[in-house]
Design a protein around this ligand. Sequence first.
Ligand code: TNX
Length: 493
Amino acid sequence: MNALNLVPLPVSVDLLGTPPFALDDKVVIVADPAATEVAEVAAKVLSQTTGLTLPVASTSEGGDNTREIRLVLPPQGAVDEGALDMSDEAYRLEVTSDLVTLSATTPRGLNWALATLRQMVTPGEDGGWVIPAVLVEDVPRFPWRGLSMDVVRSFYTVDEVKTVVDLLATYKMNTLHLHLTDDQGWRLEIPGREALTEISGVTAGAGGDAGFYTVEDFADIQHYAAARGVTVVPEFDLPGHTNAATHVYGELTPSGEPTPAYDGAKVGFSKLYPDLPPTEPFLRDVINSMAEQTVGPYIHIGGDEALEMDLGNYNELVTMAEKIARETGKRPVAWQEAAGAGLPGNMIYQFWDPRLTREDMAKAVSEGGQLLLSPANHVYFDMQYDADTPHGQDWSGYVELRDSYEWDPVTQVEGVPEEDVVGVEATVWTEYIHGFDAMTYMLLPRLAAAAEVGWSARGALEWESFAGRIAPESAWWNAMGVNWHRSPGVDWK
Ligand code: TNX
């Protein structure tokens, strides 16, 4: 349906039928002052695509023979305001034979225009590169399109996380949720609570790497991500998944003794105790520090799989965490189990386990909450593709590319209207994913499917079309040097 291989599929693509733009070493990237950071990203991405080194300038040369890629903020009058919802993620991309114009109301929108532009660069007949003359106008279906990455069971370095950010931005995904604490380790330095990373930063799941992010590392990741339109959401998982904390602080347990380090893959055994006096200050210190270190507007307070906890204690602790998080000014997010805890409205609940009841979520949404969709049978990228997949697990069944593509975020929880669905977040848990080659093998190509489900209009989603458009993307993954899986049903180049 589309002569261009764009993923996710844009709202509107018009091929102009005029001569293409020749991308060669005489092209200059010209950016508005507020767009220079995106312009630097554009130079990098286009260099990775073509090998060309394009200069970035702040003013146009103007001459007749110059060809430019212009990054414009805010959109110029040429934008047909009526045609699009000019949300902060909408963009317009116009390519003529002598000018490429990327326009949006925010740098994030410009990043998405760049992602589209990168996919349109193709080899020309004479060995150079060309971009077809086209007008693209685009806006996402959902405001939250992300990936939750478990860096606890197996740790990933700052550079590896940055490569994941590059992949997210490639498919216009705007959120990186970092699962930073769990039974097996603690991955974010908390000033004043350095023991957390000194002691639990060196532990990990069996076979996984250990490590942690310093305050500077975490700031560096966020800065890199922000330049590419990606917001980082940190997670402090509680009151279950807390063995790394009780391993450090015996005072968080009734016996006063620290729990042993844990490197297994069992879930649901660890807990906190609301009645112990050191518990609340601990929550406060960690949540406050995470909030202080976080640029974006969200903080994730976990809430999943407290399987061995008394329900009253569970509710008390998530209520405590929600309140502390709220006081920091951030909007709290929690896993679906917390929807039964009677938290005040405006929470975002993350649906993940298709085996559990969905009624609590529907009720919490009717009382002011919203829903983020991560159904394990579609977008848990730690699920194996098939019986031969050398990494991951299969508790929610095998998840091939097509399974990640063919589902709708608004039909998962009955009774929740589309406007209360904030979007889609894939996850990748790392009990059985060790090393970065294994990580990207599990992400690609499924990440692109999740991205399209979150971005493209519901009626536009069609497997055959997607399978055709995703095939040439393998060239980009190869150029990035990342490992990927040859899902069936796609004619990979
Ligand atoms: C469930 S998803 C978990 C994680 C595991 C994952 C493995 C969620 C909120 N909790 O602790 O790593 O399954 O697929």
